[in-house]
Design a protein around this ligand. Structure first.
Ligand SMILES: NC(=O)c1ccc[n+]([C@@H]2O[C@H](COP(=O)([O-])OP(=O)(O)OC[C@H]3O[C@@H](n4cnc5c(N)ncnc54)[C@H](O)[C@@H]3O)[C@@H](O)[C@H]2O)c1
Length: 269
């Protein structure tokens, strides 16, 4: 018996990066996976890759900020596999702008994807999960949910996502639906590797490496499966100790390697 036999998963932002690895791993563990994304070519290619390896996957075009698209794809996934039992709200975007630099359009753009998207997903998927006897919802937040970083809209959206996680978990327990969040540190994907602070954050991480998509996918599998069946309303940080260390790892490193200050200056920190 595999960990996700007979399960049906929706993964938003599933065409690449962390979402794509979760799609591969969930399919290997027996789930049918609906890969939902705005990237049609990449999403269809991944669905074909998983099917060729003997798994069940299909691509569904979805902009997570559109309520109408959510309603449509929820119906289509139910038509495809009869039920939905796992939802990973993984789609996300970032900008590295402070409060004073963020226009209202840029603020709304990030909020629409990072917090309105998960809200709509939970709203439209949870009742379907309830009909199937329950399910697991996983919201991909960030270590930025715990820190003041100069990414005003991103930090606000990812912090709000923890509030949405708690309130949805409380409300949806009656339906047998668990809701949890994952807070990754820097993960080596298009988003993570593109951050101007990525190298400085690696140096400030006690385990001295960035996370991998595999690290996060294994945690997502745990939260999706019955191995975590008494866990709801909480968040798990996966960051090599970055948040736990606070600034101390970096301070020790700077004391021992004064030249490392250049890395920080180059990152604009
Ligand atoms: N990479 C990191 O360092 C890091 C750290 C902490 C949290 N996260 C979070 O992890 C999640 C996955 O990010 P990633 O690292 O794989 O980055 P990524 O940029 O590789 O993947 C993001 C995916 O979301 C999709 N997406 C963007 N807007 C969308 C929309 N409106 N509708 C549907 N899909 C949309 C993209 O097309 C892409 O496939 C995000 O929520 C991100 O905020 C990333």
């Amino acid at each position: 018996m595999r960990k996700l036999d007979n399960q049906v998963a929706i993964i938003t932002g599933g065409a690449r990066g962390q979402g794509a690895e979760e799609a591969r791993r969930f399919a290997l563990e027996g789930a049918a996976v609906a890969i939902c994304d705005v990237l049609e070519t990449e999403g269809n290619r991944l669905a074909a890759e998983i099917s060729a390896a003997g798994g069940h996957a299909r691509f569904f075009p979805l902009d997570v900020s559109s309520e109408q698209r959510w309603q449509t794809i929820v119906s289509e996934v139910v038509e495809w596999r009869d039920k939905i039992t796992i939802l990973v709200n993984n789609a996300g975007i970032i900008n590295q702008l402070g409060v004073l630099e963020t226009s209202i359009d840029e603020w709304n753009r990030v909020m629409n994807v990072n917090i309105t998207g998960p809200f709509l997903g939970i709203k439209h998927v949870a009742p379907i999960m309830g009909r199937a006897g329950g399910g697991s919802i996983i919201n991909i937040a960030s270590t930025a949910s715990h820190l003041g970083v100069k990414c005003a809209a991103y930090v606000s959206s990812k912090t709000g996502l923890l509030g949405l996680t708690r309130t949805a978990a409380t409300e949806l327990a009656d339906l047998g639906v668990r809701v949890n969040a994952i807070c990754p540190g820097v993960v080596a994907t298009d988003m993570g590797s593109g951050l101007s602070s990525a190298e400085a954050m690696r140096v400030a991480t006690p385990m001295l490496r960035h996370g991998t998509v595999d690290d996060v996918a294994r945690l997502a599998l745990f939260l999706a499966s019955n191995d975590s069946d008494y866990i709801t309303g909480t968040e798990i940080t996966i960051d090599g100790g970055f948040v736990a260390a606070g600034a101390m790892k970096l301070v020790r490193h700077l004391v021992n390697n004064p030249k490392a200050l250049d890395v920080l200056k180059a990152a604009g920190l």
